[in-house]
Design a protein around this ligand. Sequence first.
Ligand code: ADP
Ligand code: MG
Length: 616
Amino acid sequence: MADIIKLLPDHVANQIAAGEVVQRPASVVKELMENAIDAGAESIKLIIKDGGKTLIQVVDDGLGMSETDARLSFERHATSKISSAQDLFNLNTKGFRGEALASIAAIAHVDMQTRTASNDVGTHLKIEGSKIVSQEVVATPKGTSILVKNLFFNIPARRNFLKSNQVELRHITDEFHRVALVHPNIEFHFYNNGSEIFNLPKTKHRQRIAHIFGSRMETRLVPVNEETEVLKVSGFICKPEFAKKSRGEQFFFANNRYIKSPYLHHAVSAAFEGLIKSEMFPGYFLYLEVDPGSIDINIHPTKTEVKFDDENTLYAILRSTIKHSLGQFNVAPVLDFEHDPNLDTPYNYKEKGAVLPKVTVDSNFNPFQEVPKSKSSGGGTFQKQSTKGWENLYEGLEQEVDVEQFSSLVIESESDEQGTLYDSEQAEEHMASTFQLRRKYVVSTVKSGMLVIHQKRAHERILFEKFLKEITVKEGVSQQLLFPLELSFNKQELGILNDISESLTNIGFAFESLEHETVKVTGVPLLVPESGIGTVLDRLIADYREGYGDGSISQAEMLAEVLSRNLAVKTGEVLDQESQMALVNNLFACKEPTLSPSQKITYTIISEGDIDKKFS
Ligand code: ADP
Ligand code: MG
């Protein structure tokens, strides 16, 4: 048989390697920014267009490259950072494999200008799909500028695989955060489609975090510091009350690199145990320093998971360090999980001291209309926070649904015995006979037996349909705040708020403007208590960030779901008779009463037969 083994041509090998290094535009951003840092840059500019699909440019003021180095840098395994395998154990650069530029050049159009301090003129190099198209002398500032255009131009399958610009931008932003957070001593600028989205001056860690995540972050941080023989930890944790529903702000850096470590994450969570609810995530920015020899070098270029030699010890140190910080800064309050979150002072109010009561004007107020008794009356009303958040949440519904929908249920049951849930005879009986079981279920009787409703899920279904309707038909009722509430958001959060602003407006939110970090909220949906506005928006943003973008559900559904989940009555809350009734009636007025928005069963009927069997 003839010989059949061939060496792959370089450009093919590079393309294959590129598949590993460059998964999406964000990977290019990461590699280029890391190179700039390795080159000792003090200022780094990132410019992208269309989620990085058409353009990614990184400009630095670092060492630059000579004419020969510039050309060599695009060869595979060309690196100035290590020369022997031993060097791997004392790495203090981010790159070392010499593969990034070769990989990027294999699958994009690359344009590089670079100059070292000792040269008067620089080099301008153009490469397309691994081929050098031109190399010229150029007048350029010291440092390097690399432009990467038309990513995956020669691999259409990969290009088609990319997500929307918005999603790719989010990945890029995540990479940008990870790099910028460990290098507060470097200035960063980030432009997206011509507008500057980050301008980060040289500063310290704490301020860098605040510059990235919004100034409100600064007051939320608690410092962490510990130095032992095996581990030095510094950084910050967020106070427990600012734990979020998403993993958003959780950062570990080991020896100045962003890493993922589920094990160490667990150590942090363990320190927060008892301080935050189990479904919440604590925020943290932790910078670990360990002996470089004790980390399993992440040989894989894009890998962020690392393995430490003595993980158990690190775990213990980390956990106790964080516990200590939480204790030292007195941020370990006694938490009562049964307490009503509506009684909490939201963070925006903390610093403000006592304020005059807010006055809101009910634009729908009609002095001749009978008002439900729990509702405050009068044109300008004194809005007292209900101690029972749930009643508060329900007000809008009672008003809206009670009259029409409940009565239609009764009428139906009178006219059509077969098709309804309740006996006409029992309709009345049922009105007076609901009760709550273990603060979790609402029990009532129906024609065929005993009706058991899961209060939380049922309320979610009710609110979901209400919000969905409001978003789509734009009929949400807004309660205007006489004194707008100021909330601050970071750039990324603002971006998301802008994305969903139309739907938010439809359900009753009103914003003065969504351009600056400080957002003035001038109106909120009836069901949202004023004290909960910040939390609701935070959660919306977090859930939206996580769940939306894969296109599986519509924005309206997503919003309605998040709102309903956050505003629905919880398990453990006591419902008075009136509220139990409202729950039953409003649930069966829903289009799809059987399932909660997350597709879980909302009620069950235990038939008379089943009960009989128990007595047989
Ligand atoms: P690595 O970073 O693993 O060494 P790269 O392919 O990313 O490999 O880069 C190859 C080489 O090109 C680097 O080792 C460095 O010498 C040089 N280089 C890349 N980017 C820059 C830059 N922005 N400034 C100066 N030199 C650079
Ligand atoms: Mg590199």
